[in-house]
Design a protein around this ligand. Structure first.
Ligand SMILES: [Zn+2]
Ligand SMILES: [Zn+2]
Length: 80
């Protein structure tokens, strides 16, 4: 899904996007650019640099299964 570079693809729960299944928690952040879920807004911000999405694994985040239908990127020492 192509988005203009100036568009911030952030959506905060429980608002998702058309491509992914809701719901998201109240703190979770979802990216419409790369279709990844983040446990917090701060973790979302880590993967966005210079208006582009980076691979979350490359900025120190780990992908964890949080619910049956949701895997979210968290910090390595974060409780989920
Ligand atoms: Zn989505
Ligand atoms: Zn993204």
């Amino acid at each position: 899904m192509a988005l203009a570079k100036t568009t911030n693809p952030k959506t905060m729960g429980p608002v998702g996007c058309a491509n992914c299944p809701p719901p998201f928690g109240t703190r979770e952040c979802h990216c419409r650019g790369c279709l990844q879920h983040f446990s917090t807004e701060g973790n979302f911000d880590r993967h966005r640099q210079k208006g582009k999405c980076l691979d979350p694994a490359k900025v120190g985040l780990l992908l964890k299964q949080r619910r049956a239908n949701a895997r979210v990127w968290v910090l390595p020492d974060e409780r989920i």
